[in-house]
Design a protein around this ligand. Sequence first.
Ligand SMILES: Cc1cc2nc3c(=O)[nH]c(=O)nc-3n(C[C@H](O)[C@H](O)[C@H](O)COP(=O)(O)OP(=O)(O)OC[C@H]3O[C@@H](n4cnc5c(N)ncnc54)[C@H](O)[C@@H]3O)c2cc1C
Ligand SMILES: *[C@@H]1O[C@H](CO)[C@@H](O)[C@H](O)[C@H]1NC(C)=O
Ligand SMILES: *[C@@H]1O[C@H](CO)[C@@H](O)[C@H](O)[C@H]1NC(C)=O
Length: 616
Amino acid sequence: MQSRLLCLLYLGAAAAQSYFGNALLDGLELLRRGQRQMDLEASDHRDQLLREYDFIVVGAGTAGCALAARLSENPNWQVLLLEAGGPENYIMDMPIMAHYLQLGEMNWKYRTQSSNSYCLAMNNNRCNWPRGKVMGGSSVLNYMMYTRGNRRDYDRWEALGNPGWGYDELLPYFRKYEGSLIPDADSGNARHGRKGPVKISYSDYHTPIAAAFVEASQQAGQTRRDYNGQDQLGVSYLQANIGNGTRWSSNRAYLYPLKGKRRNLHIKKNALVTKVLIDPQTKTAYGIMVQTDGRMQKVLARKEVIVSAGAINTPQLLMLSGVGPAKHLREVGIKPIADLAVGYNLQDHTAPAVTFTTNVTSLKFEDFADPTWLTRFNRREGPYGSPGGCEAIAFWDLDHESDEDGWPDIELFMVGGSMSSNPAISRAFGLKKSIYDALFAEIEDKSLNAFMIFPMILRPKSRGRIMLKSSDPFKYPLIHANYFAHPYDVDISVRGLLKAISLMEQQGMKAINAKLWERKIPTCKQHPYKSWAYWTCYVRHFTFTIYHYSGTAKMGPKSDRAAVVDARLRVYGIRNLRVADASIMPEIMSGHPNGPVFMIAEKAADMIKQDYGYIK
Ligand SMILES: Cc1cc2nc3c(=O)[nH]c(=O)nc-3n(C[C@H](O)[C@H](O)[C@H](O)COP(=O)(O)OP(=O)(O)OC[C@H]3O[C@@H](n4cnc5c(N)ncnc54)[C@H](O)[C@@H]3O)c2cc1C
Ligand SMILES: *[C@@H]1O[C@H](CO)[C@@H](O)[C@H](O)[C@H]1NC(C)=O
Ligand SMILES: *[C@@H]1O[C@H](CO)[C@@H](O)[C@H](O)[C@H]1NC(C)=O
C-alpha cells in the first residue's frame, strides 16, 4: 500500500507506462553521456600502435584484462591489449543498472537463430545473447553473481585429459584473483583469497524476500553455507563481484590500479581485430589485422597472439583466420590452415523464471529511477548496490538431496522483482508483447509486489554451435543455441521449476504470503495447467539465457578430435597462438563463469610466463 502511494505521488499525473518509457530513455541517455565521462584504465595512451609487440591480447574482457595485467608484470615484455568497445562509465558502476546495459552500445547484441523448440516467448523465437563490447567485456554487463563452481567440475576437466586443471591445483589461482570481503566465508581447505584484485561481497541491500527465500530453503532441508567453500550444496545470500557498492569489473580490478604505472602495456580501445595472421607454410601466428582509427592496420607479435574475445567472438576470429572446420571454412571462402572443431561444443545455462506475488515490498523501478539517483548512489543509499535485483542463491542436487557434498544439477536464484519491475528487463530479454501482456501486465498495472526464482540448469547435455555467416569480419556469426536438443535438459528444467514452486509450501514463504502467479501462456493452453506437458511448454517458451556461453574452443588432449587447444591453451597445429577465455571450458562448470574465467586467465598468464622462462 505504502509503496503504491509513493509510486502514485511520484508519477503525478503521468500514466505509468509513459513515465516508464521516458525513464527508460533517460537511462539510455545517461548511458550515452556517461560513456565519455571516464577513462581510468592503465593505458599508456599512445595513439599510434607500434609495429611490433611481444604479446598481443585480443579482447579486454574478463580474461583479457587479467592476462594483459599479469603479462605486463615483466617490464621487458611489450604487451598490446586490443578492445573492440570503448571505456566504462559510472552508470555501469551501479549494480542495479545491469539490465540497462544490454540496451546500449556496450552490448554486441547477438541473437540466436530462430527455433521452433526454444526461445518461443521471445521476438521471432530468437533469444538475445548480450555480450560486453567495452573495456571489461561481459564483466561490465553481467549480474555480478559470484560462484567458483563445484570441485568435481574441474576434477572432471582433468580426467578428460587436461593435466593441471583439477580443483586442488586450481585453488591457488582462484585465491590469487579473489579479494573476498565475505565475513563468514569457509576458512578451511577451500578458503577464499583475501588479497586479490577482484572484490567479492554481499550486497548491502536486500528486499525482505531474500530472507524468506533463505529461510524457506533451509526449511526444505538445505544448509546455509558459503557455496564457494568446501561444499557447494546449500543456500546463501548472493556473493557478488561488488566492492564498496560498485560493480567490480575486470577492468576495474586489474587495469585501474595500473594507470600511469605500466609503460610496457598499451591498451587500444575501439579496435576491432579482424584476423590473426598465420604463416600457412610454417603454421605460425605472427600478428593481427585491426580496424582502428578509421583504417586497417597490421601489428606484429614477436612471441604470441592470445585470443580472449569470448565464446562467440573467439571462434569467429579463429575461423576468419583459417583455423576451424575445413569444410565449413571452404564453404564461406576461407582457406583452411588448421582443421579443428572450432565453434562446436557451445554450452550455456538457461532458466525458465517463475513469478510469485508477495505482501512484502519488492524491488520496483521507481525505487531507484528518481532524480536524486546519483546522490543516493554516491551515499550508498537505496537499492543501487543490488546486482540487478539478484539476491540469494541455492544449489540443489535433485537426485541426492541429502548428500551435503553433492554435485548440483540445479541452481535456484531469487530476484527481488518481476518482469514488470523495470521496463528494461523484458526489453533485454526481447519478450514478445503478447506474452508480456498475458502474464505480466497486470502486475505492472496493479503495482503488485512480485519476485522471481530462476531455476538454472547447471550441467546441460545439449551442445550448440557457432558458425560463420560469411568471411566478412564485420558480419555477425550464426549462433545455433540448440537448447533442449537433449531431453535431459527439458526434464531437469521442469524438475527445477517444480522445486522452486514447492518452496512456497515452507513457512518462510508463507510468512510473506508468497504465491505462484498463475497466468497461462496463451500458446500453451492446449495442455492442462500445471501438468508436466504444460511446464514443458513453459520451459520451451521461457528459455531465458543466463549468458554463460562457453566451450567453443574446447581444451582437450590430442586424442580428442573435438579439442581445439591443449592443456596449456595452445591452439593445436599452430605455433604462437593461444586461447584464454570461456571458450576453452571442455564442459561448463556448475555455477556462473565470470570467476572461473578469471581463474583461467590467471593460470594462462602463469603458463605463458613459464613457457618463456619468466617464472619457474
Ligand atoms: C548480461 C550478462 C550477465 C551475466 N551474468 C553473470 C553473472 O552474474 N555471474 C557470472 O559469473 N557470469 C555472468 N555472465 C557471464 C560472464 O560475464 C562471462 O562468462 C565472462 O565475462 C566471459 O569472459 P570472457 O573473457 O570469456 O569474454 P568477455 O568478457 O565477453 O570478453 C571478450 C572481449 O573481447 C572483445 N572482443 C571480441 N571480439 C573482438 C575483436 N575481434 N577485436 C577486439 N576485441 C574483441 C569484446 O568486446 C569483449 O570486451 C554474464 C554475462 C552477460 C553477458
Ligand atoms: C566508497 O565509495 C564512496 C563513494 O564513491 C567513496 O567516497 C569512498 O571513498 C569509497 N570507499 C572506499 C574504501 O573505496
Ligand atoms: C503477509 O501475509 C502473511 C500470511 O497471510 C501474514 O502472516 C503477514 O502478517 C503479512 N505481512 C504483511 C507485511 O502484511
